[in-house]
Design a protein around this ligand. Structure first.
Ligand code: F6P
Length: 365
């Protein structure tokens, strides 16, 4: 056990996610109660690291936050300190200001940083580790697409919200004999669509990993109609691609490390299916509802385990790593091996085969 660690800094970066507060709480409680350490938090992700916006995190500061969505530290999905934007002569220029971050960590007497985030945030985490900062990462994203870990926290909550939405869409679909299309998040991976589609009894699921032919989806829904089932439920991941098409990009946020924002494919799919199947169709874009609010019990437990394990890695001197879940066990993996690898759904995996086996159409065959 390290006796050189006296003070830990924590920050949350990227899009928020249910379970961030339970991670922060577990970090503080483990650090204070088990190891007698001091903990501080940088506000608004790397923005706070740059501006030295730091707050003390004691037991009182984390009291009552376990069931609360969002993050008490706030977050930012911009502010990459290795490519920080400045306005100069009417132009945006980018500079590496990461030394300011390193300086602020030193100025606050912080011995190690616990950085909670997805691929963008942890890319900077890795880069700070390369500069000698003692970093431990915690994997966050509702999309569940970070490499080297079986599950990221936030995913279970997003799937629960999406499944409950599908239950609600079922009753209104059946009342009106309509096709109801639910668009869920998942930029590069279809985990939320796949899991929610199975849990919510969808008739068709469209995910980025299995480019779909809209005619094949339509045929499956027509077959249902001919058997007397005059309504259908379709789940589409925001990043789904047709066999001929591209992703449905909604906007590009230039100063974000992950600039693509998707959204709107659900409306397109509903219009196409209405024309091809001959049933009235409606689209629901679930959006940030699946990212807000209280985390499920499963996410609270996973977040607590991740937060606690992150402190254990700090105390064991295992820096430059991200905590992971492998099977039922906590483990860790080098940030060097995690970054830039998207963990998509394997089109041949058991979950996809089970879904196909129970008659869910993916539009690929
Ligand atoms: O990566 C997490 C995520 O929630 C994606 O599923 C989604 O596409 C994106 O973030 C939305 O980002 P923003 O909060 O910037 O709209």
């Amino acid at each position: 056990m390290s006796d050189t660690i006296k003070k830990i800094g924590v920050m949350t970066g990227g899009g928020d996610c249910p379970g961030l507060n339970p991670v922060i709480r577990a970090v503080v409680r483990t650090a204070v109660l088990k190891y007698g350490l001091e903990v501080v938090g940088f506000k608004h992700g790397y923005n706070g690291l740059y501006h030295n916006n730091v707050i003390p995190l004691d037991l009182d500061a984390v009291s009552g936050i376990l069931p609360i969505g969002g993050t008490i530290l706030n977050s930012s999905n911009k502010d990459n300190l290795f490519q920080y934007p400045f306005e100069e002569n009417g132009k945006t220029v980018y500079r590496d200001v990461s030394d300011v971050g390193v300086e602020n960590i030193k100025k606050n007497g912080i011995d190690a940083m616990i950085i909670i985030g997805g691929d963008g945030t942890l890319t900077s985490g890795r880069d700070f580790a390369r500069k000698g900062v003692k970093v431990v990462g915690v994997p966050k994203t509702i999309d569940n697409d970070l490499a080297c870990t079986d599950y990221t926290f936030g995913f279970d909550t997003a799937v629960s919200v999406a499944s409950e939405t599908l239950d609600r869409l079922h009753t209104t679909a059946a009342s009106h004999n309509r096709i109801m299309v639910l668009e869920v998040m998942g930029r590069y991976a279809g985990w939320i669509a796949l899991a929610a589609g199975i849990a919510g009894g969808a008739d068709a699921i469209m995910i980025p990993e299995l480019p779909y032919d809209i005619n094949k989806i339509a045929q499956a829904l027509i077959a249902r109609k001919e058997k007397g089932r005059k309504f259908s439920i379709v789940v589409v991941a925001e990043g789904a691609k047709s066999i001929t098409g591209e992703m449905h990009v909604n906007k590009v946020i230039a100063d974000s490390p992950d600039p693509i924002r998707l959204g709107g494919i659900g409306t397109k799919v509903a219009e196409e299916l209405e024309a091809l199947v001959g049933l009235e169709s409606r689209a629901t874009i679930l959006g940030h509802i699946q990212r807000g609010g209280t985390p499920t019990a499963r996410d609270r437990i996973l977040s607590t385990r991740y937060g606690s394990e992150a402190v254990e890695l700090v105390m064991a001197g295992k820096f430059g790593n991200m905590v992971t879940l492998k099977g039922d066990d906590m483990s860790y993996e080098s940030l060097e091996d995690v970054i830039g690898k998207n963990k998509g759904v394997d089109p041949h995996c058991e979950m996809v085969q089970v879904a196909k086996g129970i008659g869910i159409c993916f539009g690929d065959e």
